[in-house]
Design a protein around this ligand. Sequence first.
Ligand SMILES: Cc1cc2nc3c(=O)[nH]c(=O)nc-3n(C[C@H](O)[C@H](O)[C@H](O)COP(=O)(O)OP(=O)(O)OC[C@H]3O[C@@H](n4cnc5c(N)ncnc54)[C@H](O)[C@@H]3O)c2cc1C
Length: 392
Amino acid sequence: MIDVLIVGAGPTGLTAGCLLARAGLRVRAVRKHRPFSGHSRASVIWPHALEILADTGALDAVAATGGRVTALGYYSSGTPIARFELDRLTDTRFGYALGASQHDTEAALEAAFRAAGGELEDGEVVDLEQDDGQVRVRVRADGRDLQHSARYLIGADGASSTVRDLLGITMADVGPRVRFRIADALVDGLPGDEAGYCWTPGGGLAIGPHDRHAFRLAHRLAPGSPDAAAPADPAAFQRILDERGPRHARPVVREILATADFDTRFAVADRFGAGRCFLAGDSAHLMAPAGGQGMNAGMLDAAALSRRIVEARKNGTEEDFLPDYDTERQNAIRLIMATAVEHAKDGGLGAEADIADRDRRYAAIGSDPQAHLERVARMCQLHVPGHRPARV
Ligand SMILES: Cc1cc2nc3c(=O)[nH]c(=O)nc-3n(C[C@H](O)[C@H](O)[C@H](O)COP(=O)(O)OP(=O)(O)OC[C@H]3O[C@@H](n4cnc5c(N)ncnc54)[C@H](O)[C@@H]3O)c2cc1C
C-alpha cells in the first residue's frame, strides 16, 4: 500500500509530494488535467514559501526563471507613499520574494517530485471511502475505473474540490466576491524588483514582476464601471497605468502576452479534513489574488501536513494529527486573510479624508523600523503559527 495518495498536482499537491517523497515515503499523485491553461495564475512566491520550495528541491529551477522582488512599493494617485524592503526580514534566510510564473513553478515541482521517486498519473478521483487503517479511492482514467488505497489522502484538488465534497465539508464565504482582470505584459519603465500597489480613488492596480521579462498587472472590475466595459487590450492597460501607476516611472505597455477576467472569493472550509483525509491549498481556502497569497498559503499547508505525516510514519504511530493540523492552519489562514482583506480595504478607499489618513499611516509604517518589519513579515506569511524552516 502506498503511504500517501495526493489528489491534484498543482503547486500544493506537488509541494506535499516532494516533501513526502524526499522523506522516503511512497507517494502517488493523481491529476485530472494537464496543468497548462491559457494564462498563468500565481506570480509571487514570498520568503516563507521559498523556504519550503528549497526543501522540495525545486528552488533552483524556479529561481532560474524568476525575478527577485526586494520591495513592496505603495503609491497614492501615482505618488510614492511607502516602500517596504524585504531585506529587513530577520527570521528567514530569504530577504526577497520571487516573481515567477505558476507554470514554471509547477514544472519545477513536477520534475523534483519525479526525481524524488514520486509517481504521477492522469485520472480523476470520483469516489473515496476510509476506515481506521486506510483510504480507498476510485480513479477514472481513459474510461476505466481503477482502485487505489493509501494510508493517508491529501485533497489538493483546487477550488472545486471533489475530495472536499466527498468528505461532506462545506466552504463558507468570509469576504466579498470580486471580479478581477489580469494581464501578463511587457512594460517599459517599471522597476523589475518591486511589487507595486497603486491606489487611486477611481480604483487600484497591482503590479508585480511575473518572471524575468514580463509584469503581472491586476485590477478590479467593479460592476458597471468603465473598466468592466473596456476591452482587455494594450490601450486599456496603458490608460490604467497612466491613471494609477507610479508617475515618475512613466511606464509604457509594449505587448500584452495574456489576459484573463475571473471571479474571486474569500472562503474557508469548515474543517481541513476528516479521518485520514486532509484538505490543503485552494480546496481548503480561497482568497482574492491581488495580495498574491493563495498559492503561498497552499505551499505552507503542504509543509505543515507533510511534516506531521512524516513524523507519524517515522514513529510508527497512528496518532490523529488532524486536529493539530486543522487548528494551526485555520489560525494561519485567518491571519493571512485578515491581512489580505485589510490590504484590499486600504486600496479601495474613495473619500479624501480616508485616503489622506491611509497615506499618513503607510508613510509612518515605512519610517518605523519595527512596524516596517512587522508589515513585511505579515505580507510574507512569516508571522503565522507554525513558522519554521520546513524540514520534513
Ligand atoms: C489569476 C490568478 C492570479 C493569482 N495570483 C496569485 C499570486 O500571485 N500569488 C499566490 O500565492 N496565489 C495566486 N493565485 C492563486 C493560486 O493560483 C492558487 O491559490 C493555486 O493555484 C492553488 O494551488 P492548488 O495546488 O491548491 O490548486 P490548483 O492549482 O487549482 O490545482 C488543483 C489540481 O487538482 C487537480 N484536480 C481537480 N479535481 C481533481 C480530481 N477530481 N481528481 C484528480 N485531480 C483533480 C487539477 O487538475 C490540478 O492539478 C492566483 C490565482 C489566479 C486565478
